[in-house]
Design a protein around this ligand. Structure first.
Ligand SMILES: CCCC/C=C\CC(=O)SCCNC(=O)CCNC(=O)[C@H](O)C(C)(C)COP(=O)(O)OP(=O)(O)OC[C@H]1O[C@@H](n2cnc3c(N)ncnc32)[C@H](O)[C@@H]1OP(=O)(O)O
Length: 276
């Protein structure tokens, strides 16, 4: 069955307008494919996060859209996480705007009424791992060169409580404690073992498997599934929703510290050196 039906694209043109880094392709009557495409590594920049939130809001209001497969059109990378350049050498005002957009993205994805499936076609560190954890199901390409995890401590930064909560809800308290303190990036096999991803498939099969899985999830009555999802996730969502401003202030205070800026600068340098 051909799930990605190019003939149906006209049905989602309205979602594409104004969107530069995300394309939405209608897969069948009730499911969309959201493909991130921000070269070179799909980092989650302020502009990109804003695009994603607008697109998601529109899909959420479209009652005919019941499911979303989230993937990347960049080979080998699902998402490199938050765009470090939005946190490095920027004004406190910019950092605050950026963080609000990160919060918004998380709130929208984690609280989505749609079935969300992450087709993790490559590496997915930090914010990329967070994005995949907001989804209901994760399918990852079985290539030992790829990794996934919340590696913030390796950059000298600290994952906020709602990153931590999302991971606890996914893999449990002990695995999260190890993962966060050590900034662990897991191979696909390790990620499967701790439950960070739900299924590994050959890289060529990630999207097909995601759409097959979607078909199974679509068979469940929406109202029952949505209420169950909300029951599981609402306490975690409410915690951030009630503390958004304080969380923004904490982030800005932390990220603009000289010592943290220095760590981020060194990390960026390391990324460039590694390439050379
Ligand atoms: C209080 C704070 C709370 C939480 C905050 C943050 C959470 C985060 O998400 S921080 C971001 C953490 N991300 C990472 O640590 C990933 C870093 N990137 C990589 O490991 C690799 O790039 C990756 C495995 C994703 C892909 O590898 P390659 O395909 O080999 O690409 P390159 O490493 O050559 O990268 C190409 C190009 O992109 C730049 N880059 C990579 N990641 C980021 C990023 N997250 N933000 C901004 N820029 C990034 C990299 O430096 C290269 O740049 P150029 O050298 O200029 O080409």
């Amino acid at each position: 069955m051909n799930y990605i039906n190019a003939g149906d694209r006209s049905g989602c043109l309205s979602f594409l307008s104004g969107i530069t880094n995300l394309s939405l392709i209608q897969c069948d009557l009730s499911c969309f494919l959201a493909q991130q495409s921000l070269p070179p590594v799909n980092s989650l920049s302020l502009e990109f996060l804003t695009d994603v939130c607008i697109a998601l809001e529109k899909l959420e209001m479209d009652k005919s859209c019941r499911g979303l497969v989230v993937t990347s059109s960049q080979p080998k990378v699902f998402s490199a996480g938050l765009d470090i350049l939005d946190m490095y050498g920027k004004s406190p005002e910019h950092c605050a705007e950026f963080w609000k957009a990160v919060q918004e993205m998380w709130l929208k994805f984690y609280g989505s009424n749609m079935i969300t499936i992450a087709a993790v076609n490559g590496s997915s560190p930090a914010g990329g791992c967070l994005l995949s954890m907001t989804c209901d199901y994760r399918i990852m390409a079985d290539n030992p060169r790829y990794s996934i995890g919340l590696n913030e401590t390796k950059l000298g930064i600290v994952a906020p409580f709602w990153f931590k909560d999302t991971m606890v809800n996914t893999v449990g308290h002990r695995a999260t404690e190890m993962a966060l303190q050590l900034g662990l990036l897991y191979s696909p096999a390790e990620a499967l073992k701790i439950g960070l991803v739900d299924q590994l498939v050959h890289e060529d099969q990630v999207l097909t498997t995601a759409t097959e899985t979607m078909t199974k999830w679509l068979a469940i009555p929406d109202h029952a599934r949505q209420l169950t999802k909300s029951m599981m996730r609402k306490p975690t969502i409410d915690k951030l929703a009630a503390n958004r401003e304080a969380d923004v202030n904490n982030f800005v205070k932390f990220i603009t510290k000289d010592s943290i800026q220095k760590s981020l600068g060194m990390y960026l340098e390391m990324l460039k050196r590694r390439k050379a």
